[in-house]
Write a protein that binds this ligand. Sequence first.
Ligand code: SGN
Ligand code: CA
Length: 524
Amino acid sequence: MCDDHAMQAISAYGSPISKLAPTPNIDRLARRGMLFNSAFVENSLSSPSRACLITGLYSNQNGQRQLLEGIDSTKTFFSELLQQAGYETGIVGKWHLMCEPKGFDWYHILDDQGTYYNPTFCSTHHYKQYRKEEGYATDLITEHAINFLDHRDKNKPFCLLVHHKAPHRNWMPAPKNIGKYDGVVFPLPKTFWDDYSTRGSAAHTQNMNITHAMELIQDLKVPEMMDTTKAQDRFSYMCLMGELGRLNSEQRIAWDKYYMPRNRKFIEAHLTGKELTKWKYENYIRDYMAVIASVDESVGKLLDYLEKNGLDKNTIIVYTSDQGFYLGEHGWFDKRFMYEESMHTPLIISYPGHIKEGSVCNSLVQNIDFAPTFLSLAGIKQPKEMTGRSLESLFSGTAPKNWRKSLYYHYYDYPTFHLVRKHDGVRTERYKLIHFYGKGGIRAVSENKYQNTPGTRENNLFKKLSAAKYFHNDPDINYYELYDLKNDPNELNNIYGKKGTDNIFNKLKKKLNCYRKNLKIDEY
Ligand code: SGN
Ligand code: CA
């Protein structure tokens, strides 16, 4: 699993961006197995998504609704059941849940989000004791994964989760891939200049657009742009320097060799307005895709290892991301929204002899399905409280008649980074109904429980956001948006309230209320 890996950045999915920066090894995996075209998350954010994966439960069932909330670790993790059934279990890379990995014989995990360069890991029996390792995160994670495979008990079946930190913000490529896409001009997505004219206020008040929210210093690596009179610039500078300060001299030489002339050229060009936004987009994608190059290489190395060791025939391999990501669509980066690029996530599964090579699945699947899938494939009975559904019945290429016809989505993480408002909704194959709700601005802050927990990490973050006057002008909201994905796949035309849409709205609303009732959702 990767962190923030957009489908648009995988050439097996065939997007214009990936045509210029292909992913041959991920494509190789897709040729071996099944490419899922309709895989989604329930809550497009890292820890919540990981909690869905490990428990097979929706966010309000597993407790991890927001980034800074902890998972209810009394819930069963699928890893525990595999371990009890005799599997040797391991996880390496980003864990991002506020508890020690449960049900793993071996773990080697990053500190929180982790860092790209010379990251710190903590390992089995030493939870929270971090040790720095020399190298690039994606390469180190791959090496540790191979080491686990090499040293495992060969008499046991195994389950290994390889969770890359890449390509999370701020997209720092490996030394050898820095500048890999220099001069490549990635086309602007069709919706890049979206003005959100048919949408409600949430799309207007978000803080994740490339023009305003993407930072020249931290995100585009131009420290020369710091204006010392601006608090935000000083913070952004500190973040970048924190990352660059980790580089050893060899890594730093490779870094400066590319970024110093790029920055000089940028500064001399004095870009403004749309030209500046376009420059930011182009260089964001160049860095993002250069980070993906290492991920793709990692997939190749793991496939090679399995083939060389005769494990490729009877190993099920799953490739996915913790959510989708905006690569400039609607003018955005980051995720969070229920709109397609964020809710949609890549998913490829290979299972020789059971899944036809080069097959495709269009059924609606969700991240709560992973745990039940892994259990059923290992012949373990799914605990009845687990909500997701095993994907095994889709492997034949024909979905069973009673396969789900809709998905529930719920995003809770407001007010915090990127200022995306709370919303829940339902998506069918053709339609999407979204309900945006909640108190805005200062009113929401006054209800934020973290203000009452001084000294905690959550409270520090809360204070920082409040001090930055992040939340001031957002209104209280309570409104719907409705999209017809068949006629409007880019979701530019909100048809809520339009003539002739009453029937479909009522149907979807009924479905949405059904989910809320069954899942005991207490806010919407
Ligand atoms: C960090 C990022 C945000 C990102 C969240 C959540 N800022 O806070 O841009 O939305 O993580 O990402 S950064 O300046 O620290 O990079 S998630 O993938 O973990 O959900
Ligand atoms: Ca993520």
